[in-house]
Design a protein. Structure first.
Length: 73
């Protein structure tokens, strides 16, 4: 399954690349892309627990770029 999320307050492309790499390393993630220009995060995963996965993603954002956030609705 592939899901896309809006990202807010991302400061630079370097931070986006670091966040994308960290999310991609999560075992339940098949593919992750974070586009700095469109401020969109797309994650492909077959996990049954998206809430748990997104908690990990939010933690990665908080660690690398504390002022940014993923909009989860």
């Amino acid at each position: 399954m592939k899901k896309s999320y809006k990202v807010e307050e991302l400061c630079c492309a370097n931070c986006a690349a670091k966040i994308e790499a960290a999310i991609s390393k999560l075992p339940e993630v098949e593919e992750a892309t974070l586009n700095f220009m469109t401020l969109r995060l797309t994650i492909s995963s077959d996990t049954a627990d998206w809430d748990k996965l997104m908690q990990k993603v939010v933690a990665i954002f908080a660690k690398i770029e504390p002022d940014s956030r993923v909009v989860i609705r």
